[in-house]
Structure formats: structure tokens, C-alpha cells
Design a protein. Sequence first.
Length: 118
Amino acid sequence: VQLQASGGGLVQAGGSLRLSCAAPESISRFNGMGWYRQAPGKQRELVAVISNGGNINYADSVKGRFTISRDNAKNTVHLQMNSLKPEDTAVYYCKADRAPYGVTYSYWGQGTQVTVSS
């Protein structure tokens, strides 16, 4: 499964970006999809995830600023990022999970760079 992430870029603090993760098949076939990020010298961390049933979880650091959503018609998951801070600077990766027969398979997109200047 090849996930295609897009929408990163350079923005000033306080600005907004919208990331998109396009899947080559119906996203309803995945148990969940989400966004993770990795800053230089740090471990990859969860940003936001949305389940097939619509349950959503956010990292505490982005609550109230980021919104994850699904567009089932376009097989795409979006991450709307508002009020961006320099500490949001990272490579953002989308991920999709499916668990046929009780075994979880995870698929990662290629990553998109988000840089927030102060």
C-alpha cells in the first residue's frame, strides 16, 4: 500500500497548513489512519489518529490546534494545522493500519516536511 503525503511547507509561527494523505484504495478498509511526526534528534511521535469508526485521538501538544478528518470519497485523510509553533517543525508521516485475521499491518507514507519559523 503506497500512501502519498503532501501539503508540507514553510510557514511563519501562527500560520496554518493542511496535510493530505492519499491512499490507493478505500480508506474504509483500514482500521485506522493517522499522522506522526519526527523532529531532528527525536523519536517519531503520534500527532493524531482517526479510526474507521470515527474515533479520534490527539497528542496533548496539538489539541485545539490540529484537526484530523477523513474524506472517504477521495480516499484521503487530512490534518488541518492551525496556530503553528516552531516546535511543530518536523517531518510528518501518515500511517494506515489494517488487521486482517488479528495481525496488524502498518503502512507509512513518505513523509512531508513542515517548517515553522519564529
